[in-house]
Design a protein around this ligand. Structure first.
Ligand code: NI
Length: 186
C-alpha cells in the first residue's frame, strides 16, 4: 500500500466528472491497489473519507471510515467501506447542517446543509451490490465524497460563505464547545 499525494483545490482533477468503474476494471489489480491506497491515504491524513479524483484518478469510487474517537462527540462511528459507482438519493427533504472539512481544502471548515437521511446504492470493491441507508455524520461523509465524483466540493454547497473558518478558529469556537457540552454517551 502507498500513501498518495492528495490534489489541492485548484487542481482540475477536483472539478471534472469521474467515470463509472466497469466490472472488469473493478476486478483488476490496478483498481484493487487504488482501493488499498485510498484507505491508506485517508488514514494517514486523518480523513473520514477520500474520493478517487482527490488522488487524480477520475473513477467513481471512494473510501469512508469514521473511527469511534474521531471528531466532536455526537459523530457516530461508521465502519470502513470502499464504495464504487455510488448513487445517492435523499430519503427526506429535512435538512441537516454539519461543519465539513476536506483533505483537498486544507486548513478550512465550513457549514454545509444537506439532506439528513440518504440511501447510497453502489458496489463493494468485491463487486457485490451495496445498499446503505444513512443519517447523521455518515450520511454527510457519503454525500461529500459522492460530490467529489461530480467535481463538486463542499464550498459549493455552503449556504453562506461567511461561515467558512480557519481550522484553529473552528477548533476553538465549534469543536471544543461541542466536546464540553457532552454527547449521548456522556
Ligand atoms: Ni473532500
Amino acid at each position: 500500500m502507498s500513501i498518495l499525494k492528495v490534489a489541492n483545490i485548484g487542481h482540475p482533477a477536483l472539478r471534472g466528472r469521474a467515470r463509472e468503474v466497469s466490472e472488469q476494471e473493478l476486478a483488476s489489480e490496478g483498481f484493487q491497489r487504488l482501493a488499498d491506497d485510498l484507505i491508506e491515504t485517508m488514514r494517514e491524513y486523518g480523513g473520514v473519507g477520500i474520493a478517487a479524483p482527490q488522488v487524480r484518478e477520475p473513477m467513481r469510487a471512494f473510501a469512508v471510515e469514521v473511527r469511534p474517537n474521531e471528531g466532536p462527540t455526537g459523530r457516530t462511528a461508521f465502519p470502513l467501506h470502499v464504495i464504487v459507482n455510488p448513487v445517492v438519493r435523499a430519503l427526506t427533504e429535512e435538512p441537516a447542517s454539519e461543519w465539513e472539512g476536506c483533505l483537498s481544502i486544507p486548513g478550512l471548515r465550513g457549514r454545509v446543509v444537506r439532506p439528513r437521511a440518504i440511501r447510497v446504492e453502489g458496489l463493494t470493491r468485491a463487486g457485490d451490490p451495496l445498499v446503505l441507508e444513512l443519517e447523521g455524520f455518515a450520511a454527510v461523509v457519503c454525500q461529500h465524497e459522492t460530490d467529489h465524483l461530480d467535481g463538486i466540493v463542499y464550498l459549493d454547497r455552503m449556504p453562506d460563505l461567511r461561515e467558512l473558518m480557519a481550522e484553529d478558529e473552528y477548533q476553538r469556537r465549534i469543536a471544543q464547545p461541542l466536546l464540553m457540552s457532552g454527547g449521548d454517551d456522556g
